[in-house]
Design a protein around this ligand. Structure first.
Ligand SMILES: [Zn+2]
Ligand SMILES: [Zn+2]
Length: 790
């Protein structure tokens, strides 16, 4: 008997599929289109991660099934290759990041090809390719021309020791990841994208898409729309006032103190009037060293300092109340100042208890106002509007969403295609001069003045103003990590187009993405950014659909053995190549789909890999045996095959890959015990297993059903199950009396009305209702319900 030699047969079929071109997507094919998308990988020096394999395999299974169902499938791949790790490597070694990227993508491509994913490799994109980022720059310019890109002041993380700006991921616990020095916040002028102009559209768009409920919830939270009002609080010393945004103006009579964020501009203005100036200054300085995340996380033990010497006046009660500076209030939410209502806000209450401040209840448990002057007794909903107008407040909608900082003072990113002219201001580089290519520099390190290394590329920097032709200077900041991934799904549709980012006819054929799977960690930033770009392009009539993704699901992480995160420093990173070498790509794919529920975080377990390997060996053995024949009759096995097919089909749609595999394991056990296997059942089994383990199934399929001219199993028709054979043996019938459920019966499927009525009347729970009553009518729904009307 032939041995299962995955190391030979897997590369063999990969070559054959490639040659036959069975995974190529065809523009404008008459078939129905299907577009599957995964998050394209960052080609790091460490090679492919087993986490990539999980997400890629899941969408590969869906794509393969759709292909067999007759769809014209687009399942593309590319490289999201700008960014920090490659840049840091370049700083360390002096090797140009473009060269490093080339090396890394080569390794990634080889690894991905070896797992047998059904990607259309002809559509490969690379965000660092000038032919790609030309269009990233072009889309940025459309945003600029529409007033959605502007220069604004923001804070950046600054390491005073290294003298460089740091990305958020380079700040660990408030310290610089490189040198351990405390990170400061520095104000800098940077390019910003006005995503807030799309806040309502991004929120409303969620109604029409099929995203996991948790993903919709996180997107909505991130946008954070709240309706409320702005209210002014005068200050005891005269001219100044404090404006707050509140969603609870009905609680205004309970505002017993106010809090300013440490960055609030009023603090510096009134500093000379304070009697405890030193304490306030010190507190503000301390708070500037903390990130927003830390400030929120630290909220348990609240800190703050009163501003002694001034008081605010509650515009409703006209009473004087104290003002504090405290870092539990963030400067970038609302106005950076709050009215504190300790009776009706938990964080305010904790602070009030700590500082011994009055707590005044102004809304009762039943929602009526108390202790609120003329508004006492009013319902709180009504009181909201009434109190806002009483104190001359202004109704406002507020968002948690901030504009997107679109600048980095680094090297390895897309140059921002703008020129600064002393006379004309910021001027776009004309379309014909795109792309603005990254210049060669000797030193990739950010400069100690906080500017990008591009500021040292003197020859590149100096240019002419496209409008007045006078000497001008190029922008030296580059785009952030998220730029290239904001539109890559559009480029896949038409990756080689030199005239536009993608042809509108092709976009009309392919968009939107039918199913997008990715990580939960990307559902706030990347998912919002890419929806924003697509909605913007839709408003410019450049793409056909306002929402880019019809469906978005998420996978759980793969952890190391024992449930800890896989990391280089722990030495517990599993290299997929090792598993492939020992067991083959099919086993790796099967294992990652079997290890647990798809959306859960699961630990790597080398012992279970063996189990999947044994399963495939069993399938192999059945395929070599003599029990399969066209004449074989085995009713029980036929019935189990049909049932398994139905389960596998439905489980794939639910991403319940692990239970689909369990069902196939049960079927393979029965097959290996059977004296005879009908050929039709064997064919169906190979078809349902094909999306999971494409290589072994192709080998076994060709061995039994192959013709002279190669036709792959993976373009065979997805089988249908025999409906009459998959029926459950017993149906659950609800028994009602006058429409109220009184009992539940299990009866053989398709029992007649006579049988069901007889059984129901004999049921002890039903008998007592029918005794002495006259039955006027009996309503019967086969396999579902029987209702006695008495
Ligand atoms: Zn540092
Ligand atoms: Zn000019």
């Amino acid at each position: 008997m032939k041995k299962y030699d995955h190391s030979k047969l897997e590369p063999k079929w990969q070559k054959a599929w490639d040659k036959a071109g069975i995974y190529k997507a065809k523009d404008f094919s008459k078939k129905k289109k299907w577009y599957s998308l995964i998050e394209f990988p960052y080609p790091s020096g460490q090679g492919l991660h087993v986490g990539h394999v999980k997400s890629n395999t899941a969408m590969d299974i869906v794509s393969r099934k759709r292909r067999m169902q007759g769809y014209n499938v687009l399942y593309p791949i590319g490289w999201d290759a700008f960014g920090l790790p490659t840049e840091n490597y370049a700083v360390k070694t002096g090797i140009h990041p473009a060269k490093v990227t080339k090396q890394n993508t080569k390794i990634f491509e080889k690894q991905l090809r070896r797992i047998g994913f059904s990607f259309d490799w002809d559509r490969l994109v690379d965000t660092t390719d000038p032919e790609y980022y030309k269009w990233t720059q072009w889309i940025f310019l459309q945003l600029f021309k529409k007033g959605l890109a502007y220069k604004g002041k923001t804070t950046i993380n600054w390491c005073p020791n290294d003298k460089i700006g740091l990305a958020n991921e380079e700040v660990v616990g408030g310290k610089c990841e490189r040198c351990g020095h405390t990170v400061e916040q520095r104000v800098k002028e940077q390019w910003m994208l006005k995503i807030t102009a799309y806040a309502d559209k991004l929120l409303k768009g969620l109604d029409g898409v099929d995203f996991l409920p948790e993903i919709k919830r996180q997107q909505a939270n991130w946008i954070g729309r709240s309706e409320g009002a702005e209210i002014d609080f005068p200050i005891s010393t005269g001219a100044e006032k404090i404006t707050v945004f509140t969603t609870r103006p009905d609680t205004l009579f309970g505002a017993t103190y106010m809090v300013l964020a440490p960055e609030h501009e009023l603090i510096q203005k009134i500093m000379p009037q304070l009697s405890n100036r030193e304490a306030v200054e010190e507190y503000v300085k301390l708070a500037s060293g903390k990130s927003d995340e830390e400030r929120i996380a630290d909220a348990r033990s609240k800190t703050g300092v009163p501003l002694r010497g001034i008081l605010a006046i509650n515009p409703a009660t006209k009473k004087e109340i104290p003002i504090f500076v405290a870092d539990y209030v963030l400067s970038n939410y609302g106005t950076g100042a709050i009215m504190a209502v300790p009776a009706h806000d938990e964080r305010d209450l904790e602070f009030a208890i700590q500082f011994g401040l009055p707590v005044v209840t102004v809304v009762s448990d039943t929602g009526e106002l108390v202790d609120s002057g003329p508004f006492s007794g009013m319902r709180f909903e009504e009181a909201k509007r009434a109190i806002v107008s009483y104190v001359n407040g202004r109704p406002r909608v507020n968002y948690h969403l901030r504009d997107w900082v679109f600048s980095r003072q680094r090297y390895w990113g897309e140059p921002i295609p703008l020129v600064h002219c002393a006379d004309c201001g910021w001027v776009p580089v004309p379309d014909k001069d795109l792309p603005v290519k990254l210049p060669q520099v000797k030193d990739f390190r950010p400069r100690s003045d906080g500017e990008s290394p591009l500021a040292s590329a003197t020859a590149w920097l100096k240019t002419k103003c496209p409008v007045c032709k006078k000497p001008a200077r190029r922008e030296t900041d580059v785009m952030p990590n998220w730029a290239g991934s904001s539109w890559y799904f559009l480029r896949y549709v038409d990756p080689k187009n030199k005239k536009t980012f993608a042809d509108i006819k092709k976009l009309k054929y392919w968009m939107n993405v039918d199913w997008y799977n990715g990580g939960m960690e990307h559902v706030t930033l990347h998912l919002l950014y890419s929806r924003f770009w697509n909605q913007f392009l839709y408003d410019c009539k450049l793409v056909p659909k306002s929402e880019p993704y019809a469906k978005r699901t998420a996978h759980g992480m793969i952890l190391g053995e024992g449930g800890v995160k896989m990391s280089k420093s722990r030495g517990n990173v599993v290299n997929p190549d090792t598993v492939i070498k020992a067991y083959g790509a099919d086993t790796l794919r099967m294992y990652e789909m079997f290890m647990g529920p798809f959306d859960q975080a699961i630990s790597w377990d080398p012992k279970s890999i063996e189990g999947l390997y044994r399963f495939l060996n069993r399938v192999w053995t059945i395929g070599q045996g003599t029990t399969i024949s066209a004449r074989a009759k085995n009713e029980e096995l036929v019935r189990l095959t049909e049932k398994t097919l139905k389960k596998v089909d439905e489980d794939i749609e639910k991403m319940a890959f692990n239970t689909a595999i369990s069902a196939m394991m049960v079927l393979s056990n029965e097959m290996s015990r059977a004296e005879s296997i009908p050929e039709k059942s064997w064919a169906k089994f190979l078809c349902m297993l094909a999306p999971f383990a494409p290589h072994i199934t192709e080998e076994l399929w060709q061995a039994r059903f192959g013709a002279k001219k190669f036709s792959s199993l993976h373009v065979e028709k997805w089988p249908k199950w025999e409906t009459k054979l998959v029926k459950e043996d017993l149906a659950t019938i609800v028994v009602q009396v006058n429409g109220k459920t009184r009992s539940i019966l299990k009866l053989p499927t398709d029992s007649t009305r006579q049988i069901a009525e007889k059984a129901a009347k004999e049921d002890s729970l039903i008998r007592k209702y029918l005794e002495g009553a006259s039955v006027k009518n009996v309503i019967f729904v086969p396999n579902r319900l029987i209702n006695f009307v008495i």
